[in-house]
Write a protein that binds this ligand. Sequence first.
Ligand code: NAP
Length: 223
Amino acid sequence: MKSIVITGGGSGLGAELAKRWASLDKHVILVGRTKEKLETICTEIQEQGGSCSSYTCDISNYTDAKELYTKITNDGHTIEMLVNNAGAGAFGSLEDIEEEAIHSVIDTNVKGAIFLTKIFLPVLKQAEGRIMNIISTAGLKGKKHETVYVASKYAVRGFTESLWKELEGTGVSATAVYMGGMDTPFWHSTDHIKDTSRLKSPAEKAKQIIDQDEGQQEIFIDR
Ligand SMILES: NC(=O)c1ccc[n+]([C@@H]2O[C@H](COP(=O)([O-])OP(=O)(O)OC[C@H]3O[C@@H](n4cnc5c(N)ncnc54)[C@H](OP(=O)(O)O)[C@@H]3O)[C@@H](O)[C@H]2O)c1
């Protein structure tokens, strides 16, 4: 069975994309740093009749990311799609954002997506597979008190648009996905958004992404 690797699959949008793709008979491979979260979602998927595996990995660590690739391929999975979804945020005035948070956002959102894409590209080429990069409307316009996060998402947008050109003729396609706020654990460690219950559910956004996905270069859920 062909598999979809989803980073950040243990919560929020990644978990909802996984559940939906699993319901469409895809084998989903969840990746994240917290084993329990991944196993909870996998169990839920399996109880619904879906097929799921999970692997812990810190995608911002290149050695970890290489080991992830080795484990997944040694386990015999055929990868048809990589979804770079895992993300971290840092909000507030730039002067107040701690150095550690800046590293976390850039290392996860930018380096993590680049590392995994680079490492999985050979198998994606063999499968004529796909890359889907979950960006945000933060990759489309600047926002107050989101400097670092927006910078990271513009970087992933530039990365994706460059992949379009670099991967021409290889059979591998790359899709950039832009969406606005979702009510997920992403907002738990900040008061940047006061009432997250006003935001759309990640399940709704996951459905919109998969319904609209026809392998095109860009999917705009919100602008
Ligand atoms: N929520 C929103 O309003 C919103 C809007 C637009 C776009 N987005 C984007 O949507 C994507 C998913 O976010 P979400 O809202 O679903 O948030 P979320 O529930 O916090 O999901 C992020 C996931 O990424 C994983 N993760 C974080 N750092 C990681 C690392 N270094 N290595 C591996 N996994 C890591 C986290 O799990 P562990 O901590 O266990 O590793 C978590 O499961 C992100 O790219 C985010 O920027 C979110």
